[in-house]
Design a protein around this ligand. Structure first.
Ligand code: ADP
Ligand code: MG
Length: 676
């Protein structure tokens, strides 16, 4: 067995477990070893007197009563038992874990982990700690239905026992010494099985550095590959049809759109390889700019591709561009993961023969089997949603095509460089004329009915509304249940007066498409959605955005959601329904009501995240990491960036002995980029 073998080689891993692990992104033994806990429960017992109300802790005591099971509600069971802890009689309560009854034997010692309720002198128990758990810190992993904590931990244990000593280091020793990092072996051991807080802290620090280091190395490698100035394509576009196309648009470009179109066109014409970031607030009209640039590439005899993160978005861009290109001789093709085989085959054929000029799609674009005749220009929308490998894979579909990345969330230059590499930046800093600023109102939960009444007034005038269901937990199941409940509630509330529909991430692409189409066409007036509508959806008649538990979302997501409305001529409203208790969340609500300016919000977001606001999210314009956060761990990111720069400057081919670990890692990564 080797590290890169499938997890199925481990004892006790059958097809079901393989599937469950794959859902967590774990395919190989190595993946398993690098799948880290997201937190630890502290199992060091502390004196009762030291604990705050509602604090979680380990409690050690002696059982002083028989445990009692009682029922409450149809399917709910409560287990109560008295313990003597630090000379205080305490009641421990467990909900819905009746099997724990046997663990409590009068006069015997037990250790439980739970939440302290100071006024009631009660512990709400979460688990019973057995002797096998020897360490002070109990790792907690994010898991799914198919695999439980216990099972995952035991798999990691056996993987580590069998293969741990074969871990080789990717970070050169001199760098590890300089930054006091850990070998991969120690890092993995201390992340999963820390003996104490010190080990855990050191491991986390090292793991974050390692994660950033590998990321920076991939970017550096990508950049190295297109640094040869003559390697870029020249796309000699034709001005006349380009002008005709722009004139055929249903509106006039804003001055900012004209400026960025010119910047992009200059790049297309030049032999220098284009690597440009187009940033512009939601609704500033990036799509049209991308369309013009793609059309330019087409007039130069090349194909262009637009890659977007979700099927809904791909579908919508497809509709819109097909419409925009109607007066031109341009064939637009949609490629998503949910096509039927025959249909897909036909489209692939159009793409490889060159009959198709512009291809719009999701990750499906970068799968093997998708071959372009002459891909000269690539646009990546919401680029932070794609990994370095995916961005690379799309580029490799052509002969070093020019690349335009788009984002609605501006980030400061140093962060852009460290997270995306060197890029030229174009900014659309103006909205199309005639847009009225959206009115944002913060409403407390007990006033939600008022927001609904106001929404109904808007509906009566022919508007439509988005309602965003609360994001209650990490679990898709729980969130879906909530969205369904809210949908039921609103369907009842609006009765036969208005049509209400539900849109969520677990629907099939076809269901999503149908629902979205019904909303676009005005057959449905109220769309209850989980955050699948977060990106890009454009329904000009939607003028109300109602967000439940708005404090559960980061500023960037809130702004993106709000950006879904206010695209037409009428006044739009955004209601944030929330009862935040912590200061940062309150600030988020206040900033949202104070400004519509995405640039101001982005800055505020960075500042709050710098202060430890954990609501950095998918819309923040930054790539997501397993452990590190580019803002809170910014110094580590900068250090990793520096180290990698120096490595590539002094040893561009990574041929020195101490760079072999990294060189090997990068080769393996590239080989793995097959995306089938
Ligand atoms: P973004 O992707 O930047 O959020 P879109 O490209 O979706 O924005 O554009 C938002 C809306 O504004 C679309 O309905 C689009 O047709 C429209 N639009 C774009 N540019 C202009 C313009 N110059 N004048 C008027 N409307 C425009
Ligand atoms: Mg867009």
């Amino acid at each position: 067995m080797v590290l890169d073998d499938s997890v199925s080689r481990l004892a006790g891993v059958g097809p079901k477990t393989v599937t469950a692990l794959a859902e967590l992104g774990i395919q190989t033994i190595r993946d398993l070893l690098f799948y880290f806990p997201f937190r630890y429960d502290d199992l060091k017992a502390r004196p009762l007197a030291e604990l705050q109300d509602q604090e979680k802790a380990l409690f050690k005591g002696v059982v002083i009563s028989e445990p009692i099971l009682s029922r409450f509600g149809p399917h709910k069971v409560r287990l109560n038992v008295r313990l003597l802890i630090d000379q205080v009689a305490v009641i421990a309560t467990f909900f819905n874990q009746p099997w724990l009854k046997d663990k409590f034997v009068p006069d015997e010692e037990v250790a439980i982990y739970g939440k302290w309720n100071e006024p009631q002198k009660r512990v709400v128990g979460m688990k019973v700690i057995t002797q096998q758990t020897q360490n002070e810190l109990d790792p907690i992993y994010s898991v799914n239905k198919g695999i439980r904590q216990k099972k995952l931990i035991s798999l990691i244990q056996s993987a580590f026992k069998q293969e741990g000593q074969n871990l080789t280091d990717v970070i050169p020793e001199s760098v590890r010494d300089h930054y006091r990092l850990l070998t991969d072996f120690e890092l993995v051991r201390q992340m999963h099985f820390p003996q104490n807080q010190l080990e855990s802290t050191a491991a986390r620090r090292a793991a974050i550095f390692r994660e950033f280091f590998l990321f920076e190395a991939q970017i550096a490698q990508l950049r190295q590959q297109d640094q040869d100035p003559d390697q870029g394509l020249v796309l000699p576009y034709q001005l006349t049809p380009l002008r005709q196309f722009i004139a055929s648009l249903p509106f006039r470009l804003t001055a900012a759109q004209k400026r960025v179109v010119n910047e992009i066109c200059l790049d297309l014409k030049s032999p220098r390889h284009m690597n440009r970031l187009l940033q512009g607030d939601v609704g500033s009209g990036k799509t049209v700019v991308a369309a013009i640039a793609m059309f330019a590439a087409v007039t130069a005899g090349f194909q262009a591709a637009l890659m977007v993160p979700t099927e809904i978005l791909a579908e919508q861009h497809f509709q819109k561009l097909t419409h925009l290109f109607a007066p031109m001789q341009v064939k637009v093709t949609l490629l998503t993961g949910s096509l039927k085989a025959a249909d897909r085959e036909q489209r692939l054929q159009a793409i490889s023969s060159g009959r198709s000029n512009i291809v719009i799609g999701t990750h499906a674009l970068i799968q093997t089997g998708v071959d372009f005749k002459a891909l000269g220009f690539v646009v990546i929308d919401e680029q932070h949603r794609f990994g370095v490998n995916q961005r690379r894979a799309l580029r490799e579909k052509g002969q070093n095509p020019d690349v335009l990345a788009m984002t609605a969330t501006p980030i400061p230059r140093t962060l852009a460089i460290t997270t995306y590499g060197e890029m030229d930046i174009s900014t659309i800093d103006e909205l199309p004329a005639g847009r009225r600023p959206i009115k944002t109102v913060w409403v407390k939960t007990n006033e939600a009915n008022q927001a609904l009444a106001l929404t109904e007034q808007q509906l009566a005038q022919g508007d439509q509304a988005f309602v965003i269901a609360p994001l209650i937990s990490d679990s898709d199941q729980v969130n879906l249940k909530n969205a369904e409940d809210l949908y039921q509630r609103l369907a009842k509330y609006f009765g036969t007066r208005y049509q209400v529909a539900l849109l969520h991430g677990q629907m099939t692409p076809l269901e999503k498409e149908t629902t979205m189409a019904a909303f676009s066409q005005g057959k449905v007036q109220v769309l209850v959605a989980t955050t699948v509508v977060e990106v890009g959806v454009d329904v000009p008649n939607a003028n109300v955005m109602l967000i439940f538990n708005a404090d559960r979302f980061g500023l960037a997501t809130l702004h993106q959601l709000r950006g879904r409305v206010g695209r037409g001529q009428r006044q739009a409203f955004c209601y944030l329904i929330a009862d935040p208790t912590n200061e940062v969340a309150i600030k988020r609500m206040e900033i949202m009501t104070a400004t519509n300016d995405g640039f101001v919000l982005a800055e505020a977001d960075l500042k709050l995240r710098g202060q430890g606001d954990i609501f950095g999210d998918k819309q923040s314009g930054l790539p997501e990491f397993q452990l590190g956060d580019p803002i809170t761990n910014n110094n580590t990111l900068l250090a990793a960036h520096q180290v990698v720069q120096t490595m590539f400057e002094t040893d561009p081919a990574l041929s020195s002995a101490e760079n072999q670990g990294l060189a090997q890692y990068l080769r393996a990564q590239q080989a793995a980029d097959q995306f089938d």
